[in-house]
Design a protein around this ligand. Structure first.
Ligand SMILES: N[C@@H](CCC(=O)N[C@@H](CS)C(=O)NCC(=O)O)C(=O)O
Length: 199
């Protein structure tokens, strides 16, 4: 497989984390690039020019982080990142984490490219706060066993909030147990090996 990725994309990080947890890294060639510079190599496999893009062993180009991690779970089922009993919760957490990232990345991009206080910046900043609170509220810190895809997605999203919005989205306040739970996940090699460079 070939993964087009970048050091800072939280979407790409989710795929990279899943690849480590599924013990697949030896089967992947990682191509780090800046999607914003429209590299021909990325455009050739993804017309939207976004990371993550995964080219499978059979040569199919897969886009969208959620699609890619669910594909990995289906194609390479062991070790499992989704127990049959948890299918609904895992999908709910995966969607909530990606939705929260969409709001956050939207705010980040509005601030970079749009006028200050643009309507979409305000709308997405509000949904970012709600999304972060919902992610924190949905964590079950008492659940035993290895983290699954839902847990990994939540941890990627909350860690990205610390990376880009530490002042503005203080999800750790009043959530000591969830913060400790996230920090335990962040100590796993899947996370330490995929940490973004200093902001
Ligand atoms: N919905 C996509 C979002 C991916 C995305 O927005 N990636 C960003 C980096 S964080 C990117 O490549 N942006 C380049 C562009 O949109 O031109 C997913 O879930 O994978």
């Amino acid at each position: 497989m070939k993964l087009y990725t970048s050091p800072t994309s939280p979407y790409a990080r989710l795929v990279r984390v899943a690849l480590v947890e599924k013990e697949l890294t030896e089967r992947v060639e990682y191509v780090f690039l800046d999607p914003w510079s429209s590299p021909a190599e990325l455009l050739a496999v993804n017309p939207a020019c976004r990371v993550p893009t995964l080219v499978t062993e059979s040569g199919e180009a897969l886009t969208e982080a959620g699609v890619i991690v669910l594909y990995l779970e289906r194609r390479y089922p062991e070790p499992r990142l989704m127990a049959r009993d948890n299918v609904e919760r895992v999908h709910a957490q995966l969607g909530a984490a990606l939705g929260c990232l969409n709001s956050g990345v939207g705010v980040f991009l509005q601030r970079r490219f749009a006028e200050p206080g643009a309507v979409l910046e305000t709308r997405w900043a509000e949904s970012l706060q709600r999304g972060a609170a919902a992610l924190v509220a949905a964590v079950d810190t008492a659940r035993q066993g290895d983290p699954d895809l839902g847990d990994l997605a939540v941890a990627v999203a909350l860690d990205w909030l610390d990376y880009r919005f530490a002042e503005e989205v203080n999800w750790r306040a009043g959530a000591a147990e969830v913060a400790a739970w996230v920090d335990r996940l962040l100590a796993r090699p899947a996370f330490t090996n995929t940490q973004p460079p200093p902001a």
